[in-house]
Design a protein around this ligand. Structure first.
Ligand SMILES: Cc1ncc(COP(=O)(O)O)c(C=O)c1O
Length: 372
């Protein structure tokens, strides 16, 4: 029976900066009356983010999904795009909104990202791009993916929604591929409540993307292409500027929670988790565990229900698999036979609560429930 008196613990919880620090920004906005359309705070956030992340050009968006849709537009992607089924559904939806056929390729078992060894077999004369996802912020095998893209003349667009601040050999992984797309949704490590961004390599591409998110306007009277409205407003930009002041502390706290989970969970039969990669600076966006029913003695769903009964609301990211959702399951590449690792992982994965204000005693309590 669910105990109504117990505190509810969700998989994530936003950290709102002190209200007193937000007020001066609001005053500035109220005084300037510049609310949106590339305002001063928007410009400042783009600049500070580019510096913080170690990327050349960044264009802010009203959310990650519109940024993904616009990234495909910016590169004129058509035909078929190779992608992973093990992601949030927006990855594939962005292809569908561009009338592109998604071609699902299986993931590799170590970090659950698109398996580069399986990409070439899925390439057809209609393939124009690859859209991998840095799942949970663990970097894809970017060099292998780029080699394949170069060999076949394909574009690469990374869905980097989970990869804010992730570095490999001290370089931002957002610099890989032609474009990378971030989400700044309230559940993410860095947030503008709703929001997102595209990272690109040249000033020309940034201009193009900036125009695309503003109806395709170039100047006051010229529309060069059918753009969309995907602009981030000044209030959200201010929220982002404040978040950025706290970000290193956020990541350090996430790291300590991750280390505690790993320490407490390490000897439980049938429970495994992902490890850090030496060359990578992680940001600990999620804490997924994998449950091997035959060894653990309980299915993932049984554990999910048990935790729920104790007011611990974990999430099964990513279940169902995108390729098993109604709009996509009839695609030839969606057949489970083509995606054995993704289907298995989707049945075994459970993301445990991780957020700044999660108390270490609650982590202990969650682990105790998993152990029992
Ligand atoms: C992998 C992935 N791609 C895309 C998105 C979409 O981002 P948004 O919610 O900002 O539209 C999300 C998350 O929300 C995500 O997790």
């Amino acid at each position: 029976m669910k105990d109504k008196n117990k505190k509810t613990i969700t998989v994530t919880q936003p950290f709102l900066p002190p209200l007193a620090e937000f007020i001066p920004y609001l005053r500035q906005i109220w005084e300037s009356k510049w609310l949106t359309n590339n305002g001063p705070l928007h410009q400042q956030l783009e600049q500070e983010l580019a510096e913080y992340l170690g990327v050349k050009y960044i264009s802010l968006f009203s959310n990650g999904t519109l940024a993904l849709i616009s990234a495909l537009q910016a590169l004129n992607i058509t035909g078929e795009v190779i992608t992973t089924p093990f992601s949030f559904v927006a990855t594939t939806h962005s292809l569908w909104w561009n009338k592109i056929t998604p071609v699902f390729v299986d993931i590799e078992p170590d970090y659950l990202n698109l398996d580069p060894e399986k990409i070439e077999a899925a390439i057809t004369p209609h393939t124009t791009a690859i859209m991998p996802v840095h799942v949970y912020g663990n970097p894809c095998q970017t060099e292998k993916i780029q080699r394949i893209a170069d060999k076949y003349g394909l574009k690469v667009i990374y869905d980097a929604a989970h990869a804010f601040g992730v570095k490999k050999d001290n370089t931002s992984i957002l610099n890989n591929g032609d474009l990378s797309v971030l989400s700044f949704h309230a559940t993410k490590v860095f947030s503008t409540i709703e929001g997102g961004a595209i990272i690109c390599h040249t000033q020309e591409m940034k201009h193009h993307i900036d125009n695309l998110k503003n109806f395709g306007f170039r100047g006051e009277t010229v529309v060069e292409e059918p753009g969309i409205n995907a602009k981030l407003n000044e209030i959200q930009a201010a929220y982002g500027l404040l978040q950025l002041k706290y970000i290193d502390g956020f990541i350090a706290k996430r790291k300590s929670i991750t280390e505690l989970y790993r320490n407490l969970l390490k000897n439980i039969e049938g429970i495994s988790f992902l490890h850090d990669i030496d060359s990578v600076t992680h940001v600990y966006s999620y804490f997924p565990i994998l449950i091997d029913e035959s060894k653990y003695g309980m299915t993932r769903d049984e554990l999910y229900e048990k935790l729920k009964e104790n007011n611990i609301f974990t999430r099964r990211y990513f279940y169902p698999l995108i390729s098993n959702f109604a709009p996509y399951r009839e695609l030839p590449s969606a057949t489970p036979k083509n995606l054995p690792i993704a289907n298995k992982t989707s049945q075994e994965v459970l993301c445990l609560p991780i957020f700044i204000e999660l108390e270490l005693e609650i982590v202990q309590l969650i682990v105790n429930l998993i152990k029992q």
